[in-house]
Design a binder for this molecule. Structure first.
Ligand code: PAF
Length: 287
């Protein structure tokens, strides 16, 4: 696998592919790769001739109290994992390459970044939007692939691509789950055995909330019932559980006539888990 660490080297590789008329997908990651990331890479391979996977633990999306230093870094293992799935170019820049001295630009996406995770992680989406904008402009892919597990992040990226006229198709890939429904996450490794078995309630409760709203239960009532059930299942603190419009992420006010999403973030012991489930308006199938 070819690994490049500078923007110049990345651009040289991309330019050579473009001269041959090849298409390109970008899969941005922060490493510590699991099956969820591999699903993104497979989607990239399906949609383009070439795939660039980036591994960059982006400091600007961590607040001072979130432990950036403890974020897992395992590039050799990640390279091994990627090579089993297919051919890709790995872009693994240093912090100095991405944020050289004097770097002072931030990309801030109003609206969709606010509330939900944005209320609890105030710098997070600005950091994500900034680094994703840079990665898109460095690579200039035809397609960029992100997971639906970070659903608010996906909507933030869709919004910035539209607003900044970046010529890329943003593709969201459904969340990859364990057999019992728990969404794959590098954080799952820090759950103890009893926490791990209780954690499965998150997905079950989100699914049941989604079904209740589709059947006509008012979103607020369904969300309030789900909050009680999550607390009873041992999720504490519970940051949020909300039903939002699937595209704008605005709170649902009237009847369910457009696709919606129920999203939650909650702590199980010392592990913060997030997840979300689609809600389809009655009489529709698939968003
Ligand atoms: O989802 C992630 O892993 C990160 O937030 C991303 C999109 C790679 C930006 O650092």
């Amino acid at each position: 696998m070819t690994v490049v660490r500078t923007i110049a080297a990345l651009r040289a590789e991309v330019a050579a592919w473009r001269r041959r008329g090849e298409t390109l997908a970008l899969v941005p990651t922060m490493g510590a790769l699991h099956e969820g990331h591999l699903a993104l890479m497979r989607e990239g391979l399906r949609r383009a001739d070439r795939v660039v996977v980036s591994i960059f633990v982006n400091p600007t999306q961590f607040s001072p109290e979130e432990d950036l230093a403890r974020y897992p870094r395992q590039e050799a293992r990640d390279r091994d994992t990627l090579s089993k799935v297919g051919q890709c170019l790995l872009f693994a820049p240093t912090v100095a390459e991405m944020y050289p001295e004097g770097f002072s630009t931030r990309v801030s996406v109003a609206g969709v970044s606010e509330g939900l995770c944005g209320a609890f992680r105030p710098v997070h989406f600005c950091g994500v939007a900034t680094v994703v904008t840079k990665l898109l402009l460095q690579t200039l892919p035809d397609v960029a692939v992100f997971g639906e597990k970070d659903y608010q992040q996906l909507q933030v990226i869709r919004r910035l691509v539209t607003d900044l006229d970046i010529p890329v198709r943003v593709v969201g890939v459904p969340t990859v789950r364990e057999a019992d429904g728990l969404a794959l996450s590098s954080r799952n490794a820090s759950l103890s055995a009893p926490e791990r078995s209780r954690a499965t309630a998150l997905y079950q409760i989100l699914q049941e909330t989604s079904a209740a709203v589709t059947l006509g239960v008012a979103p607020n009532a369904a969300a309030a019932a789900a909050v009680d059930r999550l607390l009873a299942a041992g999720f504490t603190p519970l940051e949020y559980l909300e039903v939002r419009d699937a595209h704008t992420l605005a709170p649902l006010t009237g009847p369910l006539i457009r696709p919606a999403r129920v999203l939650a973030a909650a702590w199980m012991g010392r592990t913060r888990l997030i997840d979300n489930v689609a809600i389809e308006p009655p009489g529709t199938s698939g968003s």
